[in-house]
Write a protein that binds this ligand. Structure first.
Ligand code: FAD
Length: 287
């Protein structure tokens, strides 16, 4: 339970952080809230020789509107998201999701950037970012680039982040006014990761689903975008048959691990139930 030795660095700006990551000898890792990294270090599943604490870089924290997009700094905590009027107004599903992450203590420290950069399939934000069609803003020794959340996740704890790159922000197109949304998460107890979870953002027109995106958490080694499931409900009034079709389509791409949260069959079954539940609740909320 004691981490290996490491050197602590606290750069004051992004350039210094990028330079440190690129030039230090041995493995160097950004440190955000530390609520995933420090436990992994204590278990010796991660043994970085240098920690680059991003807390000194003020520009990385905050929520701002940029035209029709909401841009959230990587160091914005889950608590900040809950306290933001802009998020409550434009991205209520982000607020709903942040509220079911762990407990207030974790949310005070855990950041949106750390949550999405970690690559842990149990984290709630990555599938939501895919559902919202978010883009990740990265900076590294080779300059800046953007990667769609849908292209970012390659395997459990493997992402498109190149060595030395820092995630600086998450840019999300503001969903249409009057959209419906729901994040349905099943967990064993407060503070637990999802046994399964489903995110839905949709719009309705004349009582029928006009647009729909569905994301899935902890039902595979990466977060999933359930595109066929979403297609199954477009143009329908979400009657029982189309909900069942959507759940079945989502279940075909689920490949959960059998673990303490339940056997594979159970988690896949629950995943289907949550997809149908999230679709129904999102439709009820749509104007
Ligand atoms: P850190 O732990 O600091 O970093 C995580 C990883 O991302 C590290 O590899 C780090 O190098 C990298 N990283 C961090 N920031 C950047 C960046 N800007 N650029 C590049 N790389 C970066 N999460 C959930 O989603 N749902 C839950 O239900 C949940 N339950 C939890 C329960 C407990 C008891 C605990 C301790 C944590 C739980 N978490 C849960 C995780 C929590 O939300 C974490 O805080 C989060 O996953 C990681 O964010 P962090 O800011 O702590 O990142």
């Amino acid at each position: 339970m004691i981490p290996g030795p490491f050197t602590y660095h606290r750069p004051a700006d992004l350039n210094e952080a990028v330079k440190l990551l690129a030039t230090l000898d041995g493995e160097a890792r950004p440190l955000a809230g530390g609520h995933s990294l420090i436990p992994m270090m204590k278990l010796r599943l991660a043994t970085p020789e240098h920690l680059i604490d991003l807390h000194g870089i003020k520009d990385l924290r905050g929520v701002r509107r940029d035209g029709d997009r909401i841009v959230i700094g990587a160091m914005t905590t889950q608590h900040d998201l809950l306290a933001s009027d802009e998020i409550a107004k434009a991205l209520p599903i982000l607020r709903e999701t942040a509220l079911v992450i762990a407990d207030p203590q974790v949310r005070y420290c855990g950041t949106l950037g750390g949550n999405v950069a970690n690559g842990d399939p149990g984290n709630d934000m990555p599938a939501l970012m895919m559902t919202l069609n978010a883009t990740y803003q990265l900076i590294g020794p080779g300059g800046s680039r953007e990667v769609a959340a849908t292209d970012f996740y390659q395997g459990a704890y493997f992402t498109a982040l190149e060595p030395g790159e820092i995630l600086t922000g998450i840019s999300i197109p503001a969903p249409q006014a009057g959209h419906g949304y729901a994040y349905e998460k099943l967990k064993r107890k407060i503070g637990d990761y999802a046994t399964a979870a489903a995110a839905v953002v949709l719009t309705m027109s004349g009582g029928k689903v006009a647009t729909c995106r569905i994301g899935l958490t902890n039902l595979s080694e990466t977060p999933l975008l359930a595109e066929d499931a979403a297609k199954a409900v477009i143009g329908t009034s979400l009657d029982t048959a189309s909900l069942q079709k959507a759940a079945a389509a989502a279940q075909t791409i689920m490949a959960p691990a059998g673990d303490g949260r339940g056997p594979v069959e159970y988690r896949r079954y629950v995943g289907g139930v949550l997809v149908a539940r999230a679709l129904r609740r999102a439709a009820e909320r749509a104007a």
